[in-house]
Design a binder for this molecule. Structure first.
Ligand code: SF4
Ligand code: SF4
Ligand code: FES
Length: 257
């Protein structure tokens, strides 16, 4: 085990078109996480060569793995910085050097910040919400089985962090593929008894270029999800639903809700 008294943050930073590695060294405090280390860099932005540099920028919000904003590549793995404990990483890798880099599948803004708007645009594209026509009391809604509730709950924990998109070989900054997270959200809203009424609005965009046909079934996405969302099951279910809807559309068959 590496029992160094210090650890080194090696950060891939910079602006689009000019990125470089820069190292910072800090005392190895128990329970420090990557965000607290980045805050130390911000307070005292002096690199390992003793040169004062521009403070590193990153995003953060909830600090409890709920908002997804602090997602980045930590030792090459997509994950959240707020729950990445320094001592745990050192123990796991037996090295006191921790690399941080921005996601590669989204446009770089600066240092560790990328623009994840594409994920939100894709959610809009597939109507990932349920329309309501008022706030009056309509009584209890249709019953949802316990088994379905459990799947829906898991799907609802998605925080649009982008880890699954980063891990997917079919996505890149030029690809039109909407990515695995979108399949999970379409399944969530189509499984809802009210949301089901608008399922065609969600399935039809997935028949087009960038839809389910672009999934290569490499299955990298599931293990990358910090919320353990069953992405492969969602992709398989949406694949079946899209095929059925295409046949109905082709033969102008009526939908039986
Ligand atoms: S199964 Fe593979 S290709 Fe399909 S979304 Fe997941 S990682 Fe991407
Ligand atoms: S499905 Fe998982 S990995 Fe993908 S955006 Fe949602 S929480 Fe992140
Ligand atoms: S700050 Fe919200 S997930 Fe890390």
């Amino acid at each position: 085990m590496d029992d160094s008294k210090t650890f080194i943050l090696k950060i891939y930073r910079g602006n689009p078109g000019r990125q470089y590695w820069e190292e910072f060294e800090f005392p190895n405090e128990p329970y420090a996480n990557v965000i607290s280390a980045l805050m130390d860099v911000q307070r005292n932005p002096v690199n390992r060569q003793g040169i004062k540099v521009e403070p590193v920028v990153w995003e953060q919000g909830c600090l409890e793995e709920v908002c997804g904003s602090c997602s980045m590549l930590i030792n090459g793995k997509p994950r959240q910085a707020c729950t990445a404990i320094i001592s745990g990483i050192i123990k796991q890798t037996n090295s006191n050097i921790i690399t941080l880099a921005p996601f590669t599948k989204f446009p770089l803004v600066r240092d560790l910040i990328v623009d994840r708007s594409l994920m939100f645009d894709n959610l809009k594209k597939v109507h990932a919400w349920i329309d309501v026509d008022g706030v009056y009391n309509r009584g209890p809604g249709p019953k949802i089985s316990q088994a379905k509730q459990e799947v829906m709950y898991s799907l609802s924990t998605c925080m649009t962090c982008g880890c699954c998109v980063e891990a997917c070989p079919q996505t890149n900054q030029h690809s039109k593929y909407v990515g695995p997270q979108i399949m999970a959200q379409v399944r969530l809203f189509n499984d809802n008894p009210t949301g089901k009424m608008q399922r065609r609005k969600r399935l039809r965009p997935l028949m087009e270029e960038g839809g389910i046909g672009d999934c290569g079934n490499a299955q990298n996405c599931g293990p990358a999800c910090p919320k353990h969302i069953p992405l492969h099951d969602a992709i398989a279910a949406i694949g079946r639903d899209v095929t059925l809807q295409s046949l109905k559309d082709l033969f102008s068959l009526p939908d039986r809700d």
